[in-house]
Design a protein around this ligand. Structure first.
Ligand code: HEC
Length: 122
């Protein structure tokens, strides 16, 4: 019994060490919610499906959380995203933000490639 508890604690520490950016957030829960709700617009991998919708992959978790809170509270106004952000709890926001922060934008950007690349920055 005692050793089982210690074994479990060890497994948790190892799991946490493998996702250093995730902190206390639940990445699996964040991914499930992102896949179910957000991917339709922000893309299955966090790279947006439209010119008018921002990419979320690789964005900083703290920034994503602050924007979701602002959209929820109405200090940032957008008809579409405001309605979506109205419901989620702080925990949901933290999980989904951690999920997107853990994703990486494609090699085209990271590797240099064409000036401008995927993000269109001149
Ligand atoms: C119906 C399409 C749609 C869905 C579904 C959607 N979004 Fe958005 N989202 C948008 C649009 C459009 C914007 C741009 C808002 C603006 O211009 O202010 C946006 C903006 C955002 C931003 C701000 C990004 C930035 O760079 O400032 C975040 C964060 C975000 N969405 C997260 C989410 C999350 C998390 C979900 C799932 C819970 C989600 N969105 C679902 C359309 C959508």
């Amino acid at each position: 019994m005692h050793s089982t508890l210690i074994g479990r604690a060890g497994t948790l520490v190892l799991a946490a060490a493998q996702v250093p950016l995730a902190g206390a957030q639940d990445l699996a829960a964040g991914k499930a919610r992102a896949d179910a709700v957000c991917g339709a617009c922000h893309g299955a991998n966090g790279v947006s499906v439209s010119d008018t919708i921002p990419n979320l992959a690789g964005q900083k978790s703290a920034y994503l959380q602050s924007q979701l809170r602002a959209l929820k509270e109405g200090t940032r106004k957008n008809a579409i995203m405001g309605a979506i952000a109205a419901q989620p709890s702080a925990e949901y926001i933290a999980n989904v933000a951690a999920h997107y922060a853990s994703l990486h934008i494609g090699e085209e950007v990271a590797g240099g490639g064409e000036p401008g690349g995927v993000l269109g920055v001149p």
